[in-house]
Design a binder for this molecule. Structure first.
Ligand code: HEM
Length: 189
């Protein structure tokens, strides 16, 4: 009987050990820095995602880029997600612009905006959604006043979340740089 209990305990230990969560495998097969095939042994974990790189120098650059990013300084994914939620509360309450969103799935829109802003502000994942020209091409009468209203709400959101004013200015400069694309103006050379 003693032997049986011992055997049971050992097998229980082994099962527990086997079930221990391991480091997640990287999803990317192309190095985000060089575009070359990755070496799966060279990885870096950021916000619970494992990224793989072609070489050690790329891993170090990726890590340094993250540390220097506006995205990280803002507080990363949690902060960006919260900001976009609050931003759309303001947008949908604003008669100057809310008619544009009348037939839009706001769950999808929030997800896409989170993805876009995260990438634009230096988050770890590239933006893979529609380019901004295509996304806004069918919005009738879209002009500077609408763009300014949207930018105003983003700025007010970041201020309300007590983001440092220098950081807000940096984020708004990046958002401002999308104006010509959003308003479908010719590309300046
Ligand atoms: C401030 C700069 C802006 C940024 C960075 C931005 C970003 C985006 C992004 C990432 C999408 C989703 C693209 C996709 O489908 O993959 C989108 C869609 C959309 N945006 Fe903007 N946007 C901006 C300005 C505006 C303005 C000024 C308006 C109107 C007042 C607007 C209204 C919309 C609408 C209605 C859609 C959904 C289009 C559709 O699904 O058919 N956006 N925008």
């Amino acid at each position: 009987m003693k032997k049986l209990v011992l055997l049971f305990s050992v097998s229980l230990c082994l099962t527990t050990f086997a079930a221990e969560p391991s480091i997640p495998k990287p999803l990317n097969t192309t190095c985000p820095i060089t575009g070359k095939a990755v070496n799966p042994a060279i990885t870096f974990i950021y916000e619970d995602q494992t990224f793989a790189f072609a070489d050690e120098a790329s891993r170090q650059k990726f890590e340094a880029d993250r540390a220097a990013s506006i995205y990280q300084k803002l507080g990363g994914k949690a902060a960006l997600d919260a900001a976009v939620e609050l931003f759309y509360v303001k947008v949908l309450a604003d008669k100057r612009v809310n008619h544009y969103f009348a037939d839009i799935s706001m769950a999808k829109q929030k997800r896409k905006q989170k993805e876009f802003l995260s990438a634009a502000l230096g988050g770890p994942n590239p933006y893979v959604g529609k380019d901004l020209r295509t996304a806004h091409a069918d919005l009738d009468g879209l002009n500077d006043s609408h763009f300014d209203a949207i930018a105003e709400h983003l700025q007010a959101t970041l201020q309300e979340l007590k983001v440092d004013s220098t950081l807000i200015a940096q984020a708004m400069a990046i958002v401002g740089s999308t104006r010509d694309a959003v308003l479908n103006r010719p590309v300046k050379h």
